[in-house]
Design a protein around this ligand. Sequence first.
Ligand code: SF4
Length: 229
Amino acid sequence: MTTQSADSKKTALDAIAVQVNACTACGLHKNRTRGVPGAGPADSEILFIGEGPGFHEDQKGLPFVGQSGKLLEQLLAKIGMNRDQVFIANVVKCRPPENRDPMPDEIATCTSAYLFKQIEILSPKVIVTLGRFSMGLFFPNAKISAIHGKVKWENNRAYLPLYHPAAVLRNMGLMGDMEADFRKIPELIKEHAQRNKPPADDPGSKSGGATGGDENTPKEEPPQQLSLF
Ligand code: SF4
């Protein structure tokens, strides 16, 4: 999947979007106005994963279009980026009623059907989780107050757990931490390039790829499945 062209990735992502909008695999489809599969360029190096659509997202079929989306855009601007450069998705693709938390079975059903496939297609260098449900997919049993901003490298990919923008809007005391954590994103892209640089003093190397032989070695494995519930 990592060698897929941007065009073939877009085709595969578009197919998932069509499936999401027809999906009845869990009860969340009953109240959905529009499914929210995710949005962004197919060749994005960074994937943000939020929790689930809210009212505005459900109306528009797009992720992070309300106040949380505005904050996300402001934070991206502070690191010299905009939302057109990143792919933004959610753990569940349909709005939970009254914005309740998604249930474990809804998360398990939706992630295995869609989010994990999106990750496989996008093959991002950095996955940024927003909030505890997204974090829980990759950092089982962790507490977000303890691990926000602490990077994990796995399968040649960085995982960066951040607070959800809505949590920051509810408690502006978290803004300083959120801004500091966000500043790690461009550093991780640089670090990814460093980790995948062929050794300069090894002209006999035929691999032309990663340094190999340690935890940095790129290898495609399916994303970790849910184990937080
Ligand atoms: S939340 Fe996911 S699994 Fe449930 S109906 Fe929507 S798309 Fe299907």
